[in-house]
Design a protein around this ligand. Structure first.
Ligand code: ZN
Ligand code: ZN
Length: 372
């Protein structure tokens, strides 16, 4: 996904932020491994990027000397001596370069690392900043969108394979199904599962972040909730579907249709200039009309990209104004203790004209019936 032109443009944009908002800081210490990868193309770990107005320098260790040369030859590399802690190495570089003020990613540095910096580079002052790179990552470029499309396709193909073999027969457990799904994801091209899949049978689906167990059998459950995603070329997908065993009726249909209507109402409103929080409000209002809003216990969705949960968050402060190139999930849910839950989750791209739902997997009530 990354190429030298793209990563160079990303660093230039960040240098502009440093000049405008850095309060005189000479450089920014990028501590998030995800952000380092986004800005350089480097895929290793245990490394930080120091970015000043005219330098880009990765502080790493000997395991990565050759990898840095291959993945980002245009970025300087400082390989610290074997045994030296990363932040001692960072402090040495800062002291050697004579930087007296350095901005740092406060959300990605531990207190212990911060104390090491203060102790080992006593000539520098440190200015905590937040969200600079994350805000840049909000709007995806063409390469990133293509990678997300691939991750969506992998997840959908894996689900189709899983679904065709899914039944109440035998003693299959939630964990068996989750393990099968991970296997299918990899067979469909994923480098990994985007996160451990959630497979929640019957009443377990009342827990939005349930972990599948080997002890819970599918046999006897009326329905199962499956939340899964693929990591393709570093970018992720994230979907949820609920499948009902046998004919559906009553409560299930009522809840399912209400959740689907809430999702549709939010998706329809997606376009540049729209407030992310307003989408959450629309979905909540739809569930209110069905008398179910009290059971929608999380916010409507989250951005998707290099990380599973990133900006924008739909319905969390501070609000975000949508712009073309943003990608996020829309996932209303209703959870009824003792009964179960229904969540329907799809991935949506904001386009200049409005939006495109990237996920194509059927989501109507018919598609939710496993054995009609
Ligand atoms: Zn999900
Ligand atoms: Zn999600």
């Amino acid at each position: 996904v990354s190429n030298p032109d793209r990563t160079a443009r990303r660093r230039e944009a960040l240098q502009a932020t440093l000049a405008a908002e850095g309060g005189g800081a000479a450089a920014l210490l990028v501590a998030s491994e995800t952000n380092v990868g986004y800005l350089t193309g480097f895929t290793g770990d245990s490394s930080v990027l120091l970015l000043s107005g005219d330098r880009a320098l990765v502080v790493s260790d000997g395991r990565y000397t050759e990898q840095l040369r291959r993945e980002c030859p245009e970025v300087e590399a400082h390989i610290r001596p074997v045994g030296q802690p990363l932040y001692v190495g960072v402090a040495e570089v800062v002291a050697k370069l004579g930087w007296t003020a350095v901005a740092l990613e406060a959300a990605h540095i531990s207190l212990a690392q911060f104390e090491t910096l203060r102790e080992k580079a006593p000539g520098a002052t440190w200015k905590p900043v937040q969200g600079w790179v994350e805000r840049q990552r909000l709007v995806k470029d063409e390469g990133e969108i293509a990678a997300i499309r691939e991750a969506v396709s992998m997840a959908e193909r894996a689900f189709a394979r899983l679904r065709s073999g899914l039944s109440l027969a035998g003693a299959r457990s939630e964990k068996d199904v989750a393990d099968d799904l991970e296997f299918h994801l990899r067979r469909c091209g994923a480098s990994a599962s985007a996160f451990p899949p959630i497979v929640a049978a019957g009443p377990n689906a009342a827990l939005p972040h349930y972990r599948p167990t080997a002890a819970t059998r599918l046999a006897g459950a009326a329905s199962v909730l499956i939340d899964w995603g693929a990591t393709g070329r570093a970018y992720r997908s994230d979907l949820t579907r609920v499948l009902a065993f046998g004919p559906t009726a009553g409560r299930f249909e009522e809840v399912y249709e209400a959740v689907l209507a809430a999702q549709q109402r939010a998706i329809t409103a997606i376009r540049p200039g729209q407030s992310a929080k307003a989408l959450d409000t629309l979905a909540r209002a739809a569930l209110e009309e069905a008398g179910l809003a009290a059971h929608f216990t999380h916010s409507l969705g989250h951005g998707l990209g290099l990380e599973l949960h990133e900006l924008p968050f739909l319905g969390r402060e501070p609000d975000v104004v949508l712009a073309a190139g943003m990608v996020f999930t829309v996932e209303p849910g209703v959870y009824l203790p003792g009964w179960g839950g229904v969540r329907i989750e799809d991935d949506v791209l904001v386009t200049p004209e409005g939006h495109e739902v990237l996920t194509g997997l059927a989501r109507d009530l018919d598609a939710a019936r496993l054995n009609p």
